[in-house]
Design a protein around this ligand. Structure first.
Ligand code: ARG
Length: 395
């Protein structure tokens, strides 16, 4: 049996019902924890609600800086895009939530932590595996997965127990943080239905975006952005700013079919203006400073890193191993990328770097080129040797 439970609390219906349900089922003290990872909510309201429902203590933790520096920045270095589409924005926040749950549990001498994830998603993996990896002695509870209540039954439970619920029925299930918004459910469950306009909050309809393009210069050092248009910014300000400007230009909308780790194929819609813009710029800069063999290998490493994050394995030692490689290559990922943001597209239109491997004297078609074309004659022959020799046996 457990006596003190630290619950990850969002203020929504599931975790609100969970406060009461856990308290009754285990006859335990409930401590709630809400992280600010840039989701821009009324945290005072959430705190009041937690106490009202019966939490004995509430922690409101501003984790924005840590989230940006230790979670989003590594994702930028790894060009993290799950299945080439999803910048793993929700996924990145979960191991940080797990870490804070464990910290609070230790501070409060709690013997269990709890979360509101269902049994159908990826988030249960991300939170539970991270908690267990950090402290295997803690019990992890997943009330939403265990209680077997439908949404209507939850609302009924809330009514009966005087748990305040919002009067407007939510059309979508939304999770958001500094790196993006995830929108699921309702009419989006039919993969043929185009997203209604009310899905989008951070991006303007590209056809209503400004007629004039916005030119934005993003400066990178050590593989992460440090300046926008020449102005130094902390990671939070920088990402906020790119979100705003790219969003105004209609950039950031994503709609795809995603493979969840539990096997479900799901239709997922996201809004990630900064992620799409910054990763596009970062990839381009890498192409200028890393050689072809490094780039080819880094794609494999990036893919593996992204999969670990998506699949709930943030705490796996392999992540550190992969980051050793990624961080080494990032030492040369420095320079400025010029982007054109225009009606839904973020296009790279210029780049420069002190580590550039681009050499105009070699590349130019001008007669001044230092590239010795006579060397190519033998090179072409040798390069094609096996292809030419084996082609004749192709059946
Ligand atoms: N499919 C995404 C992921 O697994 C987003 C999950 C969003 N969660 C939510 N409660 N809406 O990371």
């Amino acid at each position: 049996m457990v006596s003190k439970i630290v619950l990850a609390y969002s203020g929504g219906l599931d975790t609100s019902v969970a406060i009461k349900w856990l308290k009754e089922k285990y006859n335990a003290d409930i401590i709630t924890v809400t992280l600010d990872v840039g989701q821009k909510e009324d945290f005072k309201f959430i705190e009041d609600k937690a106490y009202k429902i019966g939490a004995i203590k509430h922690y409101m933790i501003d984790a924005k800086e840590e989230f940006a520096r230790d979670y989003i920045f590594p994702a930028i270095r790894a060009n993290a895009m799950y299945e080439d589409k999803y910048p793993v924005s929700t996924a990145l926040s979960r191991p940080l939530i797990a870490k804070k749950l464990v910290e609070v549990a230790h501070k409060e001498g709690a013997d269990a932590v709890a979360h509101g994830c269902t049994g159908k998603g990826n988030d249960q993996l991300r939170i539970e595996i991270s908690v267990r990896a950090l402290d295997p002695s803690l019990t992890v509870l997943a009330p939403t997965r265990d209680w077997g209540m439908s949404r209507d039954q939850e609302i009924e439970y809330a009514r009966k127990h005087n748990i305040p619920i919002s009067s407007v029925a939510k059309k979508y299930s939304v999770d958001q943080n500094l790196w993006g918004r995830s929108i699921e459910g309702g009419p989006l469950e039919d993969p043929w239905n185009a997203p209604d306009e009310d899905v989008w909050e951070w991006t303007i309809d590209p056809k209503k975006a400004p007629e004039e393009p916005t030119i934005m210069e993003i400066e990178f050092k050590n593989g992460v952005p440090i300046k926008i248009d020449g102005e130094s910014m902390n990671p939070i300000e920088l990402i906020d700013k790119v979100n705003r400007i790219a969003g105004l230009n209609g950039i950031g909308r994503i709609d795809h079919i995603e493979d969840r780790i539990v096997g479900i194929k799901s239709r997922e819609v996201y809004e990630c203006p900064a992620a799409l813009t910054i990763i596009e710029a970062h990839k381009d800069l890498e192409k200028m400073v890393l050689n072809r063999r490094e780039l080819t290998f880094k794609k494999i490493v990036d893919n593996e890193w992204t999969f670990l994050i998506y699949a709930g394995l943030w705490e796996d030692p392999l992540r550190y191993d992969l980051e050793a490689f990624i961080n080494k290559t990032s030492e040369r990922v420095e320079g400025i990328v010029k982007m054109k943001l225009y009606k839904g597209s973020a296009m790279v239109i210029g780049r420069e770097s002190p580590y550039s491997l681009y050499d105009i004297r070699v590349a130019t078609y001008d007669s001044s080129s230092t590239f010795d074309q006579s060397l190519s004659k033998g090179f072409v022959t040798l390069w094609g040797l096996q292809t030419v020799a084996s082609r004749k046996f192709l059946k």
